[in-house]
Design a protein around this ligand. Structure first.
Ligand code: CS2
Ligand code: MG
Length: 403
């Protein structure tokens, strides 16, 4: 038995907030897990500190599945982003420990590598089509095989996903939610010309992606998908809110543009119908928000039965710990599709030294035992938590919009 002797939550803000769980064991091996829930970080820290850690002490760190089931079923209150992010952090830390004890990089315990590397997509954005495509060209030069395109919308002051910085992009932008104005009509007019210009400038050998950020109704999404078909996008992401999974039937009826959804999902139940009815092509659930490696493997195995591939969320609010876990997962599953990769700032990378590396459009988790990522606690302590919220969107008449 490898006894869990201690566990603690580390909150740090090297440019943005991250919550990390560290679990220690009787023979000195420790593991870490990401528990960051953007804009709601301290809720997960409290769930871990007040309700999960007391139940972990004394348990066998090797019993990953049993501990997962205990935390999921034992709480009585199931699912939800706070609970599932907390369980995910425990799960990641325990896999880290198991792989360190085995002296193997985690992907070896998950069945070994199915591919040489993990294809990632980067974010190109800009205020205008021209600026967006100039930035996209830089990604293409760096070897990226896939690029997400988001551009400013004529007539709208700001658009979510279009950053002020060229390469670093921060979703949580203020200590109280900032508000932006949204117009579906203006947006829908702006995307097809972006993709038309992109194919002219970048050619057809690079995958192009787009994130709608849940802002359309199903029929509007069907129309956008259809308008984009001539430019062969790799996917249209989060086309409409997905609480009602049947919404995607309507989109499917109208377009062959591949559909991706799921960055806010936290369990297999959020995507069961979407997958079973083959209403989507890519599932974007992540290690940190969907119950860890143990649960995400279950989602992926289920998706594989229906020809649905993975496309894990990988924005900057998912820490390098989650990114490392995602890469071991991506490398080892048969139905991997693509991995989102927004680079972290040098401050973040210094707090989380890691073995993963980028080469010619592919990321690789590296060969270090475990997840291959650590936390420098001394450095982390220099960056205290700083409250930050995601923005909200209102329509031109002032009413709240989905985002
Ligand atoms: O696809 C994406 O990366 C976005 O949707 C994210 O920026 C997302 O909004 C943030 O990660 C939310 O925390
Ligand atoms: Mg997204």
């Amino acid at each position: 038995m490898l006894k869990i002797t201690a566990a603690r939550v580390i909150v740090t803000c090297p440019g943005r907030n991250f919550v990390t769980l560290k679990i220690e064991t009787s023979d000195g091996v420790y593991g870490i897990g990401d528990a960051t829930l953007n804009g709601r970080e301290l809720a997960v820290a409290s769930y871990l500190n007040d309700h999960v850690i007391p139940c972990l002490i004394g348990r066998d760190a090797h019993q990953i599945e049993d501990i997962w089931q205990f935390l999921y079923k034992g709480a009585y209150w199931r699912r939800g982003p706070v609970t599932m992010s907390a369980i995910a952090a425990v799960d990641m830390a325990l896999w880290d420990i198991k792989a360190k004890v085995a002296n193997l990089p985690l992907y070896q315990l998950l069945g070994g590598a199915c591919r040489t590397g993990v294809m990632v997509y980067g974010h190109a954005n800009g205020a205008s089509i021209e600026e967006t495509l100039d930035n996209a060209a830089v990604y293409a030069e760096q070897g990226y095989k896939a690029i997400r395109l988001q551009s400013g919308v004529p007539g709208l002051k700001t658009v979510y996903g279009v950053s002020k910085d060229r390469f670093f992009y921060e979703p949580a932008d203020a200590d109280l939610p900032s508000e932006s104005v949204w117009s579906t009509e203006k947006y829908l007019r702006s995307v097809p010309p972006l993709f038309e210009a992109a194919r002219d400038k970048l050619g057809w050998d690079v995958h192009l992606l787009h994130d709608v950020h849940h802002r359309l109704t199903p029929i509007e999404a069907g129309r956008l998908g259809k308008d984009l078909e001539p430019y062969r996008p790799f996917w249209m992401e989060d086309a409409t809110p997905a609480e009602n999974q049947a919404n995607f039937r309507l989109i499917r009826q109208h377009t062959t543009t591949p559909l991706a959804v799921g960055e806010i999902f936290n369990s297999i139940w959020d995507c069961k119908q979407l997958i079973e009815e083959q209403l989507i092509d890519y599932i974007r659930a992540t290690v940190v928000h969907a119950g860890g490696i143990t649960h995400l493997r279950r989602v992926a195995a289920f998706a594989d039965l229906y020809g649905v591939r993975t496309g894990c969320h990988g924005a900057t609010d998912l820490s390098p710990v989650c990114m490392a876990a995602a890469l071991h997962f991506d490398l080892s599953i048969p139905n991997f599709g693509i991995q989102e990769y927004m680079r972290h700032t040098p401050e973040t990378d210094a707090v989380f030294p890691h073995a993963y590396s980028f080469d010619d459009g592919l990321l690789h988790p590296g060969e270090a035992p475990g997840l291959g990522v650590d936390i420098d606690e001394v450095l982390a302590a220099k960056y205290p938590y700083s409250r930050a919220y995601l923005p909200v969107a209102r329509r031109e008449d002032g009413s709240m919009h989905d985002w």
